[in-house]
Design a protein around this ligand. Structure first.
Ligand code: NAI
Length: 388
């Protein structure tokens, strides 16, 4: 197939690599020639490393490099079957691009956006053929992360949705389908991993080292919340939280924290700027977690976990995605050790409800409200999966 990628930044370059690796002809367009050159050089380095690690053969590396054309002229996109846009996260700029693209491409070309936070429906609305517009949301780094969220706009046709899904499935990705709602699946359900960890830290219940330790050692998560936020970057992570919160009409469930906002204001963005929650200066030694108190570690872990489960259950309750897709999304999109709904079954739905109710009773804050689906399931003695 002929694939067009618009934007040669972090995501565009990664998606281009994925498309080329899977036998497609790829055109990458960027208005910024410096960005194009940087992406091309970056891909050469990546391919070289993949050959060195014997992940791909030298022939395959040449094949991938030759399959990609780097250009700043949009006219060359006229024969594309699918275009994936990965430019700056700005609705007006994206809408203008989609309107311009429609004047160039064939009637059959699928127009996709990789947006993380904008409504796909609002991008489709600018187009003459809105039914061909869809969200195809990759995770960073696109060549490594298996998950892709397929997000039909309100206007997307069923045919385009299934076509887009089967194309991405054929690129060795795991696709999940989600409603066009803020944060889609992953960026919505993952919020408490960060916000509840910060809340526990703000309360002085434990240090960030201890909270990270609890999630890794007790919970089996690959990274602790503070380490992960530092890696993602607080500029990005805070912005996602704020966007999800405002998009949900300021639902207290998603309220951002001043603690993280101050980091952004200080430009302590995390690993990339040398300092975030942790200090990455070479001479700095990380504090040891207070590992002695197993009860504390268990309490931290379970509090964050039930908040995540509540979010996953509520997404299912509101038909954002199927239970299988919700569980797949969290294991493949953010590497959670288990699907949250399957995990909730294991812990016991009534235990989850009780823990949430205990938090709610203590704090009287809406963020701890238990999803109606959990309450209902307890009443009817139901589980998410019958064959656990
Ligand atoms: P980036 O800033 O690394 O790259 C954006 C590129 O688009 C730049 O090279 C810029 O020159 C180019 N560009 C800007 N306006 C353009 C236009 N009108 N026409 C052509 N090229 C243009 O951005 P990044 O991080 O790759 O993000 C791109 C999109 O992917 C955004 O919508 C973002 O929300 C989404 N996304 C980002 C993820 C991430 O972790 N960085 C993860 C998933 C989605």
């Amino acid at each position: 197939m002929n694939i067009g990628i618009i934007g040669s930044g972090t995501m565009g370059a990664g998606i281009a690599q994925v498309a080329a690796q899977n036998g497609n002809q790829v055109i990458v367009i960027d208005t910024n020639l410096v960005a194009l050159e940087k992406a091309k050089k970056g891909l050469d380095v990546t391919l070289h490393k993949l050959v060195e690690k014997q992940k791909i053969s030298p022939d395959k590396s040449i094949e991938i490099a030759n399959a990609i054309v780097w250009n700043n002229n949009f006219e060359v996109l006229q024969n594309c079957d699918l275009i994936i846009e990965a430019i700056v996260e700005n609705l007006t700029i994206k809408q203008k691009l989609f309107a311009d693209l429609e004047a160039i491409v064939s009637n059959e070309c699928i127009l996709a956006t990789n947006t993380s936070s904008l409504s796909i429906t609002s991008i489709a609305a600018i187009c003459k053929k809105p039914e061909r517009v869809i969200g195809i949301h990759f995770f960073n780094p696109a060549p490594v992360m298996e998950l892709v969220e397929i997000v039909p706009a309100l206007q997307s046709s069923a045919e385009i949705t299934s076509k887009a899904k089967s194309i991405i499935d054929s690129w060795n990705k795991k696709t999940v389908t989600t409603k066009d709602t803020p944060g889609f699946i992953v960026n919505r359900i993952a919020r408490p991993f960060y916000s509840e960890a910060i809340r526990i830290y703000e309360e002085g219940m434990a240090s960030m080292e201890t909270i990270d330790h609890a999630m890794k050692v007790v919970g089996g998560f690959k990274m602790g919340p503070f380490e992960l936020m530092d890696l993602i970057g607080h500029d990005v992570n805070y912005m996602v939280t704020e966007t999800v919160w405002t998009s949900f009409y300021f639902d207290p469930r998603y309220t951002p924290s001043f603690t993280q906002k101050r980091l952004v204001e200080a430009k302590w963005f995390g690993k990339k700027s040398g300092r975030g929650f942790y200090n990455y200066a070479e001479e700095t030694v990380k504090n040891e977690p207070e590992t002695a108190d197993q009860v504390l570690l268990d309490n931290i872990f379970i509090r964050i976990l039930v908040m995540l489960m509540n979010e996953a259950a509520n997404a299912l309750y509101l038909n954002v995605a199927s239970k299988e897709d919700i569980d797949l999304a969290m294991t493949k999109g953010v590497n959670y050790p288990k699907g949250l709904l399957k995990w909730a079954d294991e812990i016991g739905i009534s235990n989850c409800m009780d823990m949430l109710d205990t938090l709610y009773d203590e704090y009287r804050e809406d963020r701890y409200r238990c999803s109606p689906i959990l309450r209902r399931m307890v009443n009817f003695e139901e589980v998410f999966y019958t064959n656990n």
